[in-house]
Ligand binder design. Structure first.
Ligand SMILES: NC(=O)c1ccc[n+]([C@@H]2O[C@H](COP(=O)([O-])OP(=O)(O)OC[C@H]3O[C@@H](n4cnc5c(N)ncnc54)[C@H](OP(=O)(O)O)[C@@H]3O)[C@@H](O)[C@H]2O)c1
Length: 243
């Protein structure tokens, strides 16, 4: 069995590829953060494993032959646990991770370590902010209630800043739609994670076209692991391991 740690577009793409390879038994694991996730085309499980210990037991019991960490680049804890469990059990580990976005000459980016730093970087003057960091990062912005926030997330946050409008939506988002939304809402600054990939890159291009600054949360440091950037490359790696 191949265990895929999911929660990303890339994990879903790999699950689709594996669904077409019945000779390679695989299971997708989801954290369970998203309500009503689209059902994957291969067997799946939902919820934490219970740390390194739990994941190691799972890998042993299911006789996993390999594990693909296709979690989001900001899922720092799960990625670290995957490395530790792979070392403990001897199960081979591959990371499937899209490359980070890189600034182009016309981009006006401020890179910060976390959401708290992003809230500070917004400054003391009230601004109209397009906030797409995900609902779990939202509490940090309650400390900067003088801004207006256009908050977009997949699931509703528990609490919104006092001046906010919530859009519940799941990507991909087209560049032209992002441009129209940002114009309509008179956005002055975008705050986002440096997630990488094309599905949510439209807002970065829209900000560039509008000459707007972007505050990016930097990716957490992760352990060195053999890494590929596409589901196709991950499938090729799996086939080589099983061959
Ligand atoms: N962080 C983001 O910005 C972001 C964005 C989009 C999607 N996601 C996805 O959302 C999920 C959670 O992200 P996070 O940042 O909360 O992760 P995290 O902080 O790295 O992980 C927290 C705990 O959640 C459980 N977990 C995480 N991913 C899991 C998976 N694929 N299968 C089973 N359990 C998992 C693990 O629990 P145990 O210790 O009990 O095993 C882990 O210790 C991931 O699947 C990630 O790919 C995250």
């Amino acid at each position: 069995m191949i265990l895929i740690l999911g929660g990303t577009t890339e994990a879903a793409a790999l699950a689709r590829l594996l669904a077409g390879r019945p000779g390679i038994p695989a299971m997708l694991s989801l954290a369970g953060r998203t309500q009503n996730p689209a059902p994957p085309p291969i067997p799946y499980r939902v919820g934490g494993f219970g740390g390194v210990e739990g994941l190691s037991t799972f890998l042993r019991e299911r006789r996993a032959r390999a594990m693909v960490d296709a979690t989001h680049p900001f899922a720092e804890q799960m990625s670290a646990q995957a490395v530790a469990a792979a070392q403990r059990t001897g199960v081979q580990l591959l990371a499937l991770r899209r490359p980070a976005w890189r600034a182009e000459p016309r981009d006006n980016w401020t890179e910060v370590a976390d959401a708290e730093a992003a809230a500070v970087a917004l400054g003391s003057e009230p601004r109209r902010v397009f906030l797409t960091t995900g609902r779990l990062e939202l509490p940090a912005f309650l400390a900067a209630p003088h801004h207006f926030y256009l908050v977009r997330s997949v699931d509703a946050p528990e609490e919104l800043p006092p001046h906010a409008r919530l859009i519940l939506a799941r990507g991909p988002f087209a560049e032209e739609d992002e441009l129209a939304l940002m114009r309509e809402e008179r956005i002055e600054v975008v705050v986002t994670k440096n997630s990488g990939g094309s599905a949510t890159y439209g807002k970065i291009v829209a900000a560039r076209r509008l000459g707007l600054p972007v505050i990016l949360l930097k990716r957490p440091e992760v352990a060195e692991v053999e890494t590929v950037t596409t589901a196709e490359e991950a499938l090729a790696w799996i086939e080589r391991r099983l061959g």
